[in-house]
Design a protein around this ligand. Structure first.
Ligand code: F6P
Length: 352
């Protein structure tokens, strides 16, 4: 077969491990493997390269994506989708592996319709906002990066008796803030999914500050990890907390740090590398079997789709992935409800 692979949307550490596995597994099983540069934008231009052993040597440990990525607006329009199908046919591509998040998988699902080319998706998004997968490629590395940054910030916060508001990525999904906040021993974790009003949120955080800096507290710092998806700009939250800081946290001051794209870069953790390899291996096997319009998923909390011989890897129709992703974004998904329930139970213990 002629198999092509592309990376699309926000890059995620571990994408290179997946690219290399598609290339090596594909070649090892007798296929020709092409890489498409810059995601769907490159596909529209027919911008491809041969992924031979040299092209993918030593890339497993690298962050980013050697193929480049893009958020391609043309793919959202019928004429762009028609052009992508035409390019796949012109290049003779029989199977396409799409590595990316929600938008990229939406593109994959559209392409799979009326196309002889088999389309197989692999979830990659540091936000962990892709439905029916326990983890997407890049999440574990991003969590570890945030934890390391928070550990450093906690040192300086303690030295200066400070409140720190640390914003982490996660456009509409608070998972990174939740997991990293717990691991970093944050005193509070705030995210958009619980839809607290601004006043209720400020009141809750003022309570945390009073606890951390009260006369009986041994704490000299308060680390508040907030998700980018919170519907309240960081400056605004800081200003609201500052209004009462002298009263809530006598002698303390407040600083903000936005980690931003720092969270998306860096060498992937061993978990991200191995997860990417196992998903990519299964993707090649799926393509050989003629399966299309599916995504390989990693240890889903609420199993959906079919098992594969790899006990951690499941095959889920992309249509179901997209439906569950929409439920995650509107808060009706069971996985989001269970995350919120857990966080609700532990919130009061964080500033203990
Ligand atoms: O890839 C996901 C993500 O990193 C989100 O967490 C963030 O909101 C967004 O991408 C940033 O996108 P861009 O790099 O296009 O600004």
């Amino acid at each position: 077969m002629k198999i092509a692979v592309l990376t699309s949307g926000g890059d995620a550490p571990g994408m290179n491990a997946a690219i290399r596995t598609v290339a090596v597994t594909g070649a090892g099983r007798g296929h020709e493997v092409l890489g498409i540069r810059h995601g769907y934008a490159g596909l529209l231009r027919g911008d491809v390269l041969r992924l031979d052993a040299h092209a993918v040597d030593n890339i497993t440990r690298m962050g980013g994506t050697i193929l480049g990525s893009s958020r391609c607006l043309e793919m959202m329009r019928p004429d762009g989708q028609a052009q992508a199908r035409a390019q796949l046919a012109a290049l003779g591509i029989e199977a396409l592996v799409v590595i990316g998040g929600n938008g990229s998988l939406t593109g994959a699902h559209v392409l799979a319709k009326d196309s002889p080319c088999k389309i197989v998706g692999i979830p990659a998004s540091i936000d962990n906002d892709v439905g029916h997968t326990g983890l997407a490629i890049g999440v574990d590395t991003a969590v570890n990066t945030i934890v390391e940054a928070c550990d450093r910030i906690a040192d300086t916060a303690r030295a200066h008796r400070r409140v720190f508001l640390v914003e982490v990525m996660g456009r509409k999904c608070g998972f990174l803030a939740m997991r990293a906040g717990l691991a970093a021993e944050a005193e509070a974790i705030v995210f958009g999914e619980d839809h607290l009003s601004e006043d209720a949120l400020v009141e809750r955080l003022r309570g945390v500050l009073r606890k951390c800096f009260g006369p009986d507290s041994f704490k000299n710092r308060a680390l508040i990890v907030r998700s980018e998806g919170l519907d309240l700009p960081p400056g605004r939250l800081a200003a609201r907390l500052n209004e009462h800081l002298a009263e809530d946290a006598p002698g303390a001051d407040l600083r903000e740090t936005v980690l931003g794209h720092v969270v998306r870069g860096g060498n992937p953790t061993a978990l991200d590398r191995v997860l990417a390899m196992r998903l990519a291996y299964a993707a090649v096997v799926c393509a050989e079997m003629g399966v299309s319009d599916v995504m390989l998923s990693w240890e889903p909390a609420f199993p959906a789709g079919k098992r594969t011989p790899d006990p951690s890897v499941w095959i889920v129709p992309i249509a179901e992935v997209l439906e569950e992703t929409a439920r995650m974004l509107d808060g009706t998904s069971e996985i989001v409800k269970s995350r919120l329930k857990l966080l609700e139970k532990v919130q009061d213990l964080l500033a203990f």
